[in-house]
Design a protein around this ligand. Structure first.
Ligand code: ZN
Ligand code: FE
Length: 265
């Protein structure tokens, strides 16, 4: 059984993920903000949609649910906590639940912070993590419905996944995130290398997604809020106290990124 994961660009900077089982002609879609984009892609590939996954209720992730449901009758799985705000929700899930597509199993991870019920889906066989607007490459989602502590806990949960996990995040914010990361973590050689790769990819019009989790663990400042060297550097520039805990370091970086700009969601 072979599976394909494709990125379908939507709106200004969203990615919708199409996972297909070509042997059976079946597909699953993650965060279909735009139903037309998905519908067109399915027709071009002669695939039937059998499952819709949502990470959270924002319309750039769930706005296409109803159109696709009408067209294919596919069930929508999304966070139980956001039940009333997810169009067409068929099954609400929470941390620890399991979701299946074809012969694949996904673990549902509770990753709130961006929204109150945000979940991520980890498919061990694909080594794929669909994390919506929680973890971005070199960044993380804005805190709309949760606290900095919530988001830091969620990111630690994702950080605990295997190094070779492919991170499928829902926005192409990487280039802007890299600028911010370099500004606060100037001496990180791995980050400089990743930033250079990103510049090459983006100037060729290519996506920076999926990111590899091992690289995020060393380069993404939001996954390194408990790193002593980073904390010392931030304390030196006057952002935080020398003995600040990881939650405070994370909160300081998130507020600084909000002021830095360039990231809408
Ligand atoms: Zn969002
Ligand atoms: Fe989003």
């Amino acid at each position: 059984m072979s599976f394909t994961i494709e990125l379908l660009p939507a709106f200004a900077d969203n990615y919708i993920f199409l996972v297909s089982d070509r042997d059976l002609g079946l597909a699953m879609v993650v965060d279909p903000g735009d139903g037309d984009v998905v519908s067109r892609a399915l027709k071009e590939r002669d695939l039937f949609l059998s499952l819709i996954l949502n990470t959270h209720h924002h319309s750039d992730h769930s706005g296409g649910n109803e159109k696709l449901q009408r067209e294919f009758g596919a069930p929508v799985i999304g966070p139980a906590k956001e039940q009333s705000r997810i169009p067409g929700l068929s099954r609400g899930v929470a941390h620890g639940d399991v979701v299946t597509f074809s012969t694949l199993r996904a673990e549902v991870l509770g990753t709130h912070g961006h929204t109150g019920g945000h979940v991520s889906y980890y498919f061990p066989k694909l080594k794929a993590l669909f994390c919506g607007d929680t973890l971005f490459s070199l960044g993380c989602g804005r805190l709309f419905e949760g606290s900095a502590a919530d988001m830091w806990d969620s990111l630690k949960l994702l950080r605990a996944l295997p190094d070779d996990t492919f991170v499928y995040c829902a926005h192409e914010y990487t280039e802007n995130n890299a600028k911010f990361a370099l500004a606060i973590d100037k001496n990180n050689e791995a980050l400089k290398k990743r930033a250079a790769e990103i510049t090459v990819l983006r100037s060729a019009g290519k996506p920076t997604i999926p990111a590899i989790l091992s690289s995020e663990k060393t380069c993404n400042p939001f996954l390194r809020a408990d790193d002593h060297a980073l904390r010392r550097a931030l304390a030196k520039s006057g952002g935080i106290a020398e003995d600040a805990d990881a939650g405070a370091v994370f909160g300081m970086m998130r507020s600084a990124k909000d002021r830095f700009g360039g990231q809408k969601l």
